[in-house]
Design a protein around this ligand. Structure first.
Ligand SMILES: C[S@@+](CC[C@H](N)C(=O)[O-])C[C@H]1O[C@@H](n2cnc3c(N)ncnc32)[C@H](O)[C@@H]1O
Length: 214
């Protein structure tokens, strides 16, 4: 296999070198050097979405996850240009992180913009909204923490709606049983711009983790 050149950037975290990695629970505030709640985007791609959210709401630590080498490189260049000190990136598959390494109930917001739809039935377990993956992701959210997802794929949207509505830990911020008419964070991603130009409809999902019963 072709060896890809190493990416060097102050904004790129090395997973195995993160504080707390050896104990299986990363100390995120230490990793960022700032004591702020954590927000995560899965599958950043080549999108400035996280940069835009971080510029508007700077009081958080923002972590972008992406497994494509080329897209990691491009995103990091954008972060450097934006000059923000509250964004970091990990070059990995979110599955490596979500089963462990993030304390349950500690994430303020999770964003998933245009997840790969994996339309073939034999790939259904790879979808982000597959039951077990969604369960793990939900557990990471603090009570009241947000979960935002958007997609252009109708079948995926229908499956997401079913999975999200069936998840008792989550509360629909829009009308129960339906997707949202607009996103909480109205920043368009490159995929969104492309799909909209093709006249495709975009499905938005805005949920939050319910407060624990007292
Ligand atoms: C369809 S693209 C969308 C990119 C961007 N969010 C946007 O809206 O323009 C999906 C991106 O998610 C990345 N990706 C998919 N699953 C991932 C995972 N489990 N962990 C990290 N990156 C993932 C892919 O490499 C790809 O860059």
């Amino acid at each position: 296999m072709r060896k890809l050149p190493a990416i060097e950037s102050d904004y790129l975290l090395e997973f195995e070198e993160l504080p707390g990695y050896d104990e299986g629970r990363v100390l995120w505030e230490e990793a960022f050097g700032r004591s702020m709640p954590l927000r995560i985007e899965v599958g950043v791609g080549n999108s400035p979405f996280l940069i835009e959210v971080a510029s508007r709401e700077p009081g958080y630590n923002y972590l972008g996850l992406e497994y494509s080498h080329k897209r990691v490189r491009k995103f990091l260049l954008k972060v450097r240009k934006a000059g923000l000190d509250n964004i970091r990136m990990l070059h990995l598959n979110s599955d490596r992180l979500f089963g462990d390494y993030i304390p349950p109930g500690s994430v303020d917001h999770l964003f998933v913009n245009f997840p790969d739809p994996w339309p073939k039935r034999r790939h259904e377990k790879k979808r982000f909204i597959a039951t077990e993956r969604l369960r793990l992701a939900t557990k990471l959210l603090r009570p009241g923490g947000g979960f935002s997802l958007r997609t252009d794929a109708k079948d995926y949207a229908l499956e997401a709606l079913e999975a999200l509505e069936a998840n008792e830990a989550l509360e629909n911020l829009s009308t129960p049983g339906s997707w949202a008419s607009e996103p909480l964070y109205p920043f368009e991603t490159p995929y969104e711009t492309r799909f909209k130009a093709q006249g495709l409809r975009i499905y938005y999902f805005e949920y939050r983790r319910r407060q624990e019963p007292s």
